[in-house]
Design a protein around this ligand. Sequence first.
Ligand code: ZN
Length: 171
Amino acid sequence: MTSPNHDMIECPFEADVLDALASARWPDRVGAELSQHVATCQICQDVVAVSAAMQEDNDAALGEWNDANVPSSGQMWWRAEMRARQEAVRDASRPVTVAQGVAAGLTLGLAGAGGWFAWPTVQGFFAGLLPAASSSEPTVFASTMFLPVAVAMLALVVVAPVALYFVLSDN
Ligand SMILES: [Zn+2]
């Protein structure tokens, strides 16, 4: 067993004291029991002292914050104005980018649709190219992995020049 004096790091009334401080009931509107306890309890006196110090710090910090921010509202307006101008400049150069994006998207969509409809043909083509397309399992695995990759590569080769054409012709 350790002695109670060494264990007294926290006090059962500490929460009550904090509560009273937080709700601004301290020191005038707390029960006699609590104020009597605090008068005899070092921990609770510390809580009150620390809280009072923090409150002063807060007030001081809040005061500085207000002082610093009132004159800077003009600066904030100026910054917002500059941002609006920068965005206006960016908007002016945007239509080209949008047209390029639409062109690229359309080409990709067309290529995707073309690839979808051409899929059986492509599948048959590559299946015919594969030497051991007859039966065994590893080959089946390899071909199922190979075909989508091959189609993707083919689509890329076809799409890239078309997309480039659209992008360049749009400028
Ligand atoms: Zn206490």
